[in-house]
Design a protein around this ligand. Structure first.
Ligand code: NAD
Length: 473
């Protein structure tokens, strides 16, 4: 894992692209344009630290593709940030958005700092200065480029960005749409926190609902009863475990950085989190067997394995020992190309990160739409739906002479809240993307795996947009 990589991150994205491009009909010139990073903005600016010293900040914003506007992608605060990494992540955003039909180009930003080494006041100054540098060069705006949180940034930084942007652009009516991942009080949308985990669940559930795919894997159709192992119980892993359990799957093991816990009858993620909050670790969770070597959890007997923590955890060393039939890549890059080769040979279905963890960007799209429409989802129709449902149910009860239970009544009469509509939009998005990719994969026996099929889907969509825009007459 620690061996020197022969390619840079951006080159390895290009290689995956080239592998898939062979299965498309597009001219080389179009493919080259899709691969290229359209704009790379490198910024240096000074920070006066709390102790009075001056430090020079290194920051980037890359717009990989403007085939759709605006561009979209997170901002990362990490001391590993460099131009190649930001370019690669921006390219992946182009492909991810295309696959899930989110009409954005791909972008990414980064500041080369470890946020733990800076005070909140310093972080605020850095974020605001970065935003004003983006404004200066027209690299941010609801119709230009819309950042979001990534490693080391969150709602707080997004609030600083929207505040800086709107104060530099007074009167810009859609200013709140210059960034997503904002707190709900600042124009954020309900349902974003669980979006990635829920999206992973919807994507894997759709695969499990495909009878021919399940037959090939020797599994029964549906999620219910399937044994699931989740690696990482952070934001994404916790929500994956929750949605699988609530839908009848049995979460037999959960792995963390310091160990894993296993119970063949199932674990409850909420109880596990409470236990960890109390003791500082998931190990020795009552009623479960503790595995001190956390990587052993990946090799347990199960149907579905959800790596939701780190990159490269399933690799040439352990791929042969994986017993899961389905791997749902919730994390970014959890499986290496060597592992992919083993999956093909062993007939394991790997549902790729590039679209499976796109729930966050999908719900970001809904947030941006909310900001442009200046109205909370559900505000217009909720009361109308409730009145209509009450009327319909009343008619049915009168005609049938029967009354439904109070619990059923509550469920039927309820109009949709913002979070219901966001979840529903996410469900539709993930189902549609899964079907499109499966269709591409199953209709060409030469395509080796679902990851390559996902790239083919992305290439076809971006190329079609370029051609339809008349960019290549
Ligand atoms: P997080 O920091 O909330 O959670 C990560 C969890 O993994 C933590 O609980 C951590 O203790 C655990 N962990 C660390 N090392 C581990 C190890 N060796 N074995 C097992 N567990 C380990 O992060 P997150 O937001 O849940 O993101 C997880 C992954 O999903 C990352 O790869 C991220 O890039 C990807 N992702 C996240 C989002 C999102 O919306 N949060 C969106 C797309 C992709």
């Amino acid at each position: 894992m620690s061996a020197e990589k022969p390619y840079s991150f951006f080159q390895s994205v290009e290689k995956s692209f080239d592998k898939a491009a062979k299965f498309t009909k597009w001219d080389n010139g179009i493919l080259e344009q899709i691969k290229a990073c359209n704009s790379v903005y490198r910024i240096n600016f000074p920070l006066k630290r709390d102790d009075g010293t001056i430090e020079v900040m290194e920051a980037y914003r890359v717009q990989h593709s403007q085939h759709k506007s605006p561009c979209k992608g997170g901002i990362r605060f990490s001391d590993a940030v460099n131009q190649d990494e930001v370019m690669a992540l921006a390219a992946l955003m182009t492909y991810k958005c295309a696959i899930v039909n989110v009409p954005f180009g791909g972008a990414k930003g980064g500041i080369k700092i470890n946020p733990r080494n800076y005070s909140v006041y310093e972080l605020e100054k850095i974020t605001r200065r970065y935003t004003s540098e983006l404004v200066k060069k027209n690299f941010i705006g609801p119709g230009i480029d819309v950042p979001a949180p990534d490693y080391g940034t969150g709602e707080r930084e997004m609030s600083w960005i929207v505040d800086t942007y709107t104060s530099l652009k007074p009167g810009e009516i859609d200013g709140a749409g210059c960034v997503t991942g904002k707190p709900v009080t600042q124009g954020g949308v309900r349902g974003r926190k669980e979006a990635t985990g829920l999206g992973v669940f919807f994507g894997v559930r759709e695969v499990c609902n495909m009878p021919d795919v399940m037959e090939k894997l020797g599994l029964p159709v549906g999620v219910a009863g399937k044994k699931v192992v989740v690696q990482g119980i952070g934001n994404v892993g916790y929500h994956c475990a929750k949605f699988f359990r609530e839908n009848g799957a049995v979460v037999v093991a959960i792995a963390e950085h310091d160990g894993a816990v296993y119970n063949v009858n199932g674990l409850n993620e909420e109880e596990l989190i409470q236990f960890r909050n109390k003791t500082g670790s998931i190990i020795n969770f009552p009623g479960a067997t503790t595995l001190l070597n956390t990587l052993d959890a990946l090799e347990l007997e199960c149907d579905i394995l959800i790596p939701a923590a780190l990159e490269n955890v399933i690799n040439g060393d352990n791929a042969q020992k994986i017993k899961a039939k389905i791997i749902g890549e919730a994390a970014n890059g959890p499986c290496t190309p060597e592992a992919d080769d083993v999956f093909i040979q062993k007939g394991i279905l790997c549902v790729p990160d590039m679209y499976l963890n796109a729930g966050g960007v999908t719900v970001s799209y809904f947030e941006w739409l909310k900001n442009l429409s200046h109205v909370r989802y559900g505000r217009l129709e909720k009361r109308f739906s409730e009145n209509m449902n009450t009327h319909i149910l009343g008619q049915i009860e009168e005609l049938s002479g029967k009354r439904v239970s109070e619990q059923e009544r509550e469920f039927i009469l309820r109009g949709a809240d913002e979070v219901d509509l966001v979840h529903s939009g996410l469900e539709e998005t993930m189902i549609a993307a899964t079907r499109e990719i499966m269709h591409i994969w199953l209709s060409n026996p030469e395509i080796p795996d679902m990851r390559t099929a996902a790239y083919v889907s992305a290439i076809n969509k971006v190329a079609t947009t370029y051609v339809e825009l008349g960019i290549f007459p």
